[in-house]
Design a protein around this ligand. Sequence first.
Ligand code: C5P
Length: 231
Amino acid sequence: MATELIVGLDVDTRDEALRAVKSCGVCRWFKIGSQLFTRCGPDIVREVRGMGKEVFLDLKFHDIPNTVAKAARAAADLGVSLFTIHAAGGRKMIEATRAAVEGTSARILAVTVLTSLSDAMLRDEVGLPETAAETVFRYAKLATDSGAHGIVCSSHEIAVVREAVGPVPIIVTPGIRPVWAPADDQSRIMTPAEAARSGSNFIVVVRPILKHADPAQAVNLILEELAPCHP
Ligand code: C5P
């Protein structure tokens, strides 16, 4: 499968979001996260869908199985193609989520360990004895064994995740920086081409596109970089 670009709509208003979708018109995929969703509600999902785009709803559901299953079904009914849950919610939560979206076209992505957590934070604050890489491996396997269709991870974790989940599940990677863009606050970055060659199925890019003087040109540069990486 060719690596696809997802543009993250990390903005505060409906106008900014819709302007970004229009200016990135050649891109098919847009991510709506908690910032925009909390500002604008489900209508923003409907509007972006109404512009013929695929939506990745990144709200990282993590609750008791019944609640996550009901939220997942609501996301599927909104017409999202991808949405996130936390693998840390456990097998029953993931199985209930899968049952709730069966028969729809929504696919479940599990978040393993947030890339903002270090090994020391996991041990001393969260109380997990393993390293982040070990936890990523265990959570990725748990998630896909329990019915998740894919995993969100850092591009530097692709090899660990692929080993855990096998060839089929979708891998989605943020923390992507073309060589022409500043790193911002991302520390473990890869270029679009590197992430594609490492086996990422979707890359998520926000600031290099939305903060570019010409977002359409930024999208085109990234798509041109991905093109030769396609199998
Ligand atoms: O601007 P930038 O391309 O760094 O944005 C990356 C996007 O991916 C943001 O929406 C951020 O919340 C999300 N993300 C991330 N790292 C993770 C998970 C999600 O950067 N581990």
